[in-house]
Write a protein that binds this ligand. Structure first.
Ligand code: PEP
Ligand code: MG
Length: 863
């Protein structure tokens, strides 16, 4: 064999890079290789741990773990040399690279030494692969069989694709796998050609059959397993493609694919550029073409410029700070999270009868699973790149291929890839830089805001928030209410199609967003906004006074807060106390769980800011929709039903211990009442109460420490009498109580309108809670969003709740409402409501019974 550079058109002879038995590619025990996804090639079962250069060239890529590299030959062929199967997971153990990236090598040069025993023991298989990564430029003309000696046995002969009679794909299929070969010429009659949906359908049709199918168009080929590769063929409507299948069920598979590529799916037309559609969850009256509707999450009106929060380019570190194994794990988790979210979106679309929308997202789901994307990302990670960078690069490579196609429709599929890119980046924890993108009077739109997105926004510039997904009791909605910013959730994905910078009017109270409205509508909206602000101002004037009903029944109106700023806002708005301090934000703001002293300082600052008002501080309720990344909790299949609230102490007892000690140190003693989230039965309360007593005793505290329980799950409501015997108070978390009673995810956009705390089943549980507490002379509050719902205020008071804890900005208005009520009448009317059959009936009856409670800007629910 020669070591001399060959003229470009000459064949390239590759020597065996390893000593051992030659394995046909189809027999390599990993479908990623055996199906030719990473290129045509050959395997060797190594007999010794030395990898040498099969020819002269440049080391163009070297995995940080040393298990794989790419050598670009002088003629331009890119050879992937991959030692063993799944060896990236060894994290470099047992591998020693003797070259670095960019090194020039000659045939026979030693490239990597590896411990064959380790690889044989720990990896899936030691069989190693030599694959031609740029199969479009070179194909394999000959391949050796039998035994190979490293640096001596000629293993493969490559020929440049130009000038060869047969295509590389043909060579690959003909040579690399046993079994039947089936070929079929097919004219693409599906509208739009081989775009994403037929590609996904074709892939699904051949799934489960023992065959590999390739689609060839001109000199390009794509495995059926990869939708992005299929799109990259650029085969438009009426294009003629060849289907090539191998394997025992090749005929069936090719026929199934042919069927999918030639049929017009029912009701399917060529995909068009996204257009803004009108969606209305309740399917009632038609709306103007430039109106979308959703569910009110925080009332009010905003007029401003639309900004898509998801659109900013995200800054990503190129290199990972962890090992490739960890980074791969992170990527896998992010892909799984994105997949789960897409699953939920699809179900939601189907429930709304939005089949076309569901179809689009089904394709996104297929893209998430695409071997071309995943393998490219995994290879980059193996080279030391960060997960985000690797994923983005893999996507952008495919986007560039699509952008180069003549076919407009196929090129437009880049939007699908971008969407999938963002989803995964978000799941990896990369959000857009929101600071740099907000104009004054911004109406900020997003698929779904996370609490951290909202925490990072410059609230002074925002006039409204709009979410495509999410529920009215999701944490993003709660934060929007806390910020006093009008907000709508569950608008649907049509929101993304409104161009950025469009002037919009958001009437959050009635759940509408008008884009491109006329000047008259803008003017009216501005006037209405002013009017609402003055109503709010008027009720603020009286808010410092306590609130009692007309017949003298005192109701404490407290505030739900999370930060020191909120505490100041609670005081400004006249809150009588703090009825719920959510401590999750404090944990989210740290890089590691704050210690006893840091926590005590934060709580102390808040207590000081409250100027003598008492604060109910809830212990950490991380988990479910309140993720604290660094806690690295085990992944949950059903996060809402998993380790959240006090259950966290089962796996991280030190978190609760530290927090309790931090809380007990706050002065003056008695200013803080401790509240426990997600209690389901008495034993949990008793255990934690005992722990509190131990800590208090160790500190020398002898005063009584008030401990309350959140009633958030039906079991706690039903056992309220038992809990109340040992608790000082009960506070009903109607957000979760509704979620768990109705089995409706509180963040689910499709259920946002039904997931209503005024459902009679929830009201009966509230009734049971109050009755249970009364048996022991304990008081009951409500700290869920229902407490600020104008329709609910008289109902809750009628049921015997004596504290309403609401967002600070809602305090003045809730006080106004309380003063408008007659307690005796509330007691009487509420019994009738408990007998009604649905939440809408309860709402209607409440409005009829208390017509004086006119809806104003503080009406959080406009159903
Ligand atoms: C609730 O569930 O109603 C509640 C107040 O707690 P959170 O919203 O924080 O879960
Ligand atoms: Mg809760």
């Amino acid at each position: 064999m020669t070591n001399q550079p060959l003229p470009y058109a000459s064949p390239v002879v590759l020597l065996a890079p390893l000593t051992g038995r030659i394995v046909p590619l189809a027999d390599v025990p990993d479908p990623v290789f055996s199906s030719g996804m990473l290129g045509d090639g050959i395997g060797i079962d190594p007999a010794e741990g030395r990898l040498v250069a099969p020819c002269g060239g440049t080391i163009s890529q070297l995995a940080g773990t040393g298990h794989a590299l790419t050598l670009t030959t002088h003629q331009g062929a890119q050879l992937l040399l991959h030692i063993g199967i799944d060896t990236v997971e060894l994290g470099g153990a047992g591998f020693r690279a003797l070259v670095s990236e960019g090194a020039q090598v000659e045939a026979g040069d030693l490239l990597v030494e590896f411990d064959l025993a380790t690889v044989a023991r720990k990896a899936r298989s030691p069989v190693s692969v030599i694959a031609i990564a740029n199969g479009e430029a070179f194909h394999i003309a000959q391949r050796a069989e039998g035994m190979a000696a490293a640096g001596r046995t000629p293993l493969l002969v490559l020929r440049p694709a130009a000038g060869t009679a047969s295509s590389p794909a043909a060579a690959s299929v003909a040579c690399s796998a046993p079994g039947a070969q089936v070929r079929r010429i097919v004219k693409l009659t599906t509208p739009g050609g081989l775009h994403a949906r037929p590609a996904a359908r074709a892939r699904a049709a051949a799934r489960g059959l023992d065959a590999q199918v390739e689609v060839r168009f001109g000199d390009k080929r794509a495995s059926l397993d990869s939708v992005v590769a299929l799109l990259g063929l650029g085969a438009g409507e009426q294009a003629v493609v060849e289907l090539a299948g191998i394997g025992p069920q090749a005929t069936l598979a090719v026929e199934a694919v042919e069927h999918e590529l030639t049929r017009a799916a029912e009701g399917e037309t060529a995909p068009a550029a996204p257009s803004v559609t009108v969606s209305r969850a309740d399917g009632v009256s038609p709306l103007a073409a430039n109106t979308l509707t959703g569910v009110c999450a925080a009332p009010g009106i905003g007029v401003g410029t639309l900004v898509h929060l998801d659109e900013g380019e995200i800054d990503l570190p190129e290199f990972s700070t962890t090992t490739p194994v960890d980074e791969l794990h992170r990527l896998d988790q992010a892909l799984a999270a994105a997949d789960a979210a897409l699953g939920a979106t699809i179900r939601n679309a189907l429930q709304r009868g939005a089949d076309a929308e569901a179809g689009i997202f089904a394709v996104h789901r297929v893209l998430l699973d695409d071997p071309t994307l995943i393998d490219a990302a995994r290879d980059l990670i193996a080279l030391g790149k960060s997960g985000g960078y690797a994923w983005r690069t893999a996507i952008h490579t495919q986007i560039a291929i699509l952008a180069g196609l003549d076919d407009q429709l196929l090129a437009a599929r880049a939007t699908d890839l971008r969407d999938v890119e963002k989803r995964v980046l978000r799941a990896l924890g990369h959000g857009p830089d929101v600071h740099s993108i907000l104009p004054d009077d911004a109406v900020v739109a997003a698929g779904e805001f996370t609490p951290s997105d909202l925490a990072a926004l410059d609230r002074k510039r925002i006039v409204a928030l709009v979410m495509a997904r999410g529920g009215a009791t999701s944490h993003a909605a709660i934060i929007a209410r806390q910020l006093g910013i009008p907000a709508i959730v569950a608008v649907g994905d049509a929101l993304h199609a409104i161009p950025a910078n469009t002037q919009v009017v958001v009437d959050a109270t009635s759940g509408r967003i008008d884009h491109a409205p006329g000047t008259r509508i803008i003017e009216q909206a501005r006037l209405e906004r002013q009017r609402l602000l003055s109503v709010r101002e008027a009720s603020r004037k009286l808010s410092g006074e306590p609130a009692a009903t007309r017949d003298g029944h005192q109701i404490e109106v407290a505030a739900n807060i999370a930060t020191l700023d909120d505490a100041r806002s609670a005081v400004d708005n006249g809150a009588d106390a703090v009825g719920l301090l959510r401590t999750e934000l404090l944990f989210m703001q740290h890089q590691l769980a704050p210690g006893i002293t840091a926590q005590c300082e934060s709580y102390q600052a808040i207590v000081d800011a409250l100027q003598g008002r008492r604060a109910i501080i809830r212990t950490l309720d991380a988990g479910a929709d309140k993720a604290v990344d660094y806690l690295a909790l085990p992944p949950e299949q059903n996060p809402a039903l998993g380790l959240r609230g006090i259950r966290l102490a089962q796996v991280r007892p030190e978190l609760l211990d530290d927090q309790l000690q931090g809380l007990l140190r706050v002065r003056p003693f008695g200013a803080v009442r401790i509240m426990l989230p997600m209690v389901t039965e008495l034993a949990e309360l008793v255990r934690i109460r005992r722990r509190i007593d131990e800590f208090a005793q160790a500190m020398g505290r002898t005063d009584a420490i008030e401990v309350g329980v959140m009633i958030e799950v039906p079991s706690a409501a039903l056992l309220a009498d038992q809990l109340a015997r040992h608790a000082d108070f009960l506070s009903i978390g109607t957000n979760d109580l509704t979620q768990y009673t109705l089995a409706m995810d509180r963040c689910h956009a499709g259920l946002a309108a039904q997931s209503d705390g005024l459902h009679p089943a929830v009201l009966r549980l509230i009734d049971a809670t109050v009755r249970g507490a009364r048996m022991h002379g304990k008081w009951v509050g409500v700290c869920g969003a229902l407490a600020s719902d104008p329709d609910a205020v008289p109902v809750l008071i009628g049921l015997g709740v004596t504290e309403l804890s609401v967002e600070p900005v809602c305090v003045p208005d809730v006080k106004v409402r309380v003063r408008d009520l007659d307690y005796t009448q509330c007691r009487q009317r509420v019994q009738e409501l408990l007998c009604l059959e649905s939440a809408p009936l309860v709402r209607a009856a409440s409005r009829e019974a208390w017509p004086q409670l006119a809806r104003t800007n503080q009406a959080p629910w406009s159903r």
